[in-house]
Design a protein around this ligand. Sequence first.
Ligand SMILES: NC(=O)c1ccc[n+]([C@@H]2O[C@H](COP(=O)([O-])OP(=O)(O)OC[C@H]3O[C@@H](n4cnc5c(N)ncnc54)[C@H](O)[C@@H]3O)[C@@H](O)[C@H]2O)c1
Length: 260
Amino acid sequence: MEFDAMRPILDGKVVLVTGGAGGIGTAACTVLAQAGARLVISDIAQETGHNIANALCDQGHEAIFVPADLSSEVAIERLVAETMSRFGRLDGAFNNAGMEQGNTPLDKITLSQWDRVIQIDLTAVFLCIKYQVPAMLQNGGGSIVNTASGLGQIAIPNAAEYVAAKHGVIGITRAAAADYGAMGVRVNALLPGIVRTPMLERLSNDASFSPLIEKMKMRHMMQRFAEPHEIGEAAKWLLSDGASFVNGVALAVDGGALAN
Ligand SMILES: NC(=O)c1ccc[n+]([C@@H]2O[C@H](COP(=O)([O-])OP(=O)(O)OC[C@H]3O[C@@H](n4cnc5c(N)ncnc54)[C@H](O)[C@@H]3O)[C@@H](O)[C@H]2O)c1
């Protein structure tokens, strides 16, 4: 598609957002809708998800909520199928749902805790891409944005399962970019710094993690945390035709934390 600077940058594009009821996801839905996207919002949190879709529709945007538990391959397949049956196309996907670590050193992580975080933070991204790509190819291509983390490139103590999963998200992003770039599907990752969301609130309430938070704030060169919409803005650009030659990138949106 030819780039036209006068059109809203996601004008008419059908975009699927996972974790749409969470902090970054909700803010991203507003940013993407305002840029003209038609949204399929998904989350395990049904009531919040429905409310977000309804609020966007009330503001004149096009959005539906489709619940899905991303720990299930069948649910992910159904989510993409439902998107295709409702809109007939899939142009963009923001694979953003995720969960935090349990804040214990590696030798105290149970196998079930490891499996759960790898399942939601990494395997679900694999499965989303697996079903999204064929849907996108039906209309000539698309753009996928996966939410990794700064912890996809560096580590902090007591977060091995999350750090491993997010390193994996960057890996699968690059691998998928290599598989599908020539076919017109771009795949990129966002690496947020610390963002003011319910996930951060939960971590702040954990006495074993909260002392790290202030320390990490100083690592952000801008010496503040991100607002959720600042991550949504980066997703918007990567999903748009403005980023038409951006593929396989791990883009830090972290106020300079990884550069410090
Ligand atoms: N907040 C931060 O500081 C930060 C930093 C770097 C990366 N991230 C990443 O950003 C993404 C969004 O995080 P957030 O801070 O908005 O967190 P959040 O907890 O506010 O939102 C996460 C959303 O994912 C959904 N979710 C969790 N498990 C699910 C499942 N099994 N099926 C479907 N949906 C599920 C939750 O219901 C929630 O709405 C995550 O991938 C997170 O790892 C967050």
